[in-house]
Design a protein around this ligand. Structure first.
Ligand SMILES: Nc1nc2c(ncn2[C@@H]2O[C@H](COP(=O)(O)OP(=O)(O)OP(=O)(O)O)[C@@H](O)[C@H]2O)c(=O)[nH]1
Ligand SMILES: [Mg+2]
Length: 245
């Protein structure tokens, strides 16, 4: 069984097309799946859209009220996935803004089945690319990636901040079993690298596949608060270094 965890904050313009593309990808590849969609206190029509999609597709809807940030949202979704999955299942995480094309899921599952615990869909691995991003956003993601690589070098990992990943369910279960609430402590965007670094500290085998980030498909403006996110990243680096990671 495949579990697909999707955080959604004000994604009314993106969710329906994303969910439909997941459903057709799963049908074309004969994959049995459950989607766990977490509404993070959206103020647009996201909750109604999730409710409507849930009547048609295999969706487990969860919610945070009020808006709590990407880290808390992922923690809730991954915790639920860990509770209902078997060790050998695969858990996918991807953004709800339709920038992460589900076509990469079958090859990510293949690589998990080759003995990896985590597969990152990477913009910077061979075959990876970005479409539609501003130069500012490109500089920012490369800068934060370079910084994380200096402090936490992981061989074969080029993309620390992209949330599109596949996990062996057993690795996520182990994260919660061993670290408890300490597995995902970051409330905001810095939880994305944190999850990788914490799993790595438990000995997870991490590899990548190249993927094209389709930013041009996204409806609506970026909701990322850049300066707040940079500060969160720096604080996270300091906290993890103090813990000896
Ligand atoms: N911005 C934001 N996203 C959240 C929050 N909670 C959950 N999310 C979801 O987290 C995922 C990543 O957020 P995005 O805003 O796409 O972040 P990003 O991909 O780094 O940057 P942009 O695509 O430029 O906005 C999306 O699926 C959001 O819906 C939140 O509080 N703020
Ligand atoms: Mg995005």
């Amino acid at each position: 069984m495949l579990y697909i965890v999707i955080p959604a904050y004000n994604e009314e313009g993106n969710l329906t097309s994303l969910i439909e593309s997941i459903v057709s990808m799963a049908a074309a590849n004969n994959l049995e799946y459950t989607m766990i969609i977490i509404d993070d206190g959206s103020t647009d029509r996201t909750p109604e859209i999730i409710e409507d999609l849930s009547t048609r597709y295999k969706i487990l809807p969860l919610e945070n009220r009020p808006n709590s940030g990407l880290g808390r949202t992922m923690a809730k979704g991954l915790k639920r996935a860990a509770e209902i999955s078997a060790d050998g299942d695969v858990i996918i995480t991807l953004d709800g803004d339709a920038t992460h094309d589900p076509v990469y899921i079958p090859s990510m599952i293949d690589k998990i089945n080759q003995g990896n615990d985590v597969i990152v869909a990477s913009r910077f691995a061979p075959g990876g690319a970005e479409k539609g991003l501003s130069t500012f956003r490109k500089v920012l993601s490369r800068g934060s990636g370079a910084l994380l690589k200096i402090f936490f070098p992981i061989k074969g990992l080029s993309d620390y901040t992209c949330g599109y990943r596949a996990f062996r369910a057993g690795a996520i279960k182990r994260g919660f079993a061993v670290l408890g609430e300490g597995f995902i402590e970051e409330a905001g965007f810095s939880a994305t690298p944190e999850i990788l670094l914490k799993l790595r500290s438990l000995g997870a085998r991490i590899d990548e596949v190249g993927f094209m980030l389709k930013y041009d498909q996204k409806v609506g403006k970026s909701k990322v608060k850049v300066s707040k996110t940079i500060i969160q990243y720096l604080k996270m680096i300091a906290r993890l270094k103090m813990k000896g990671l």
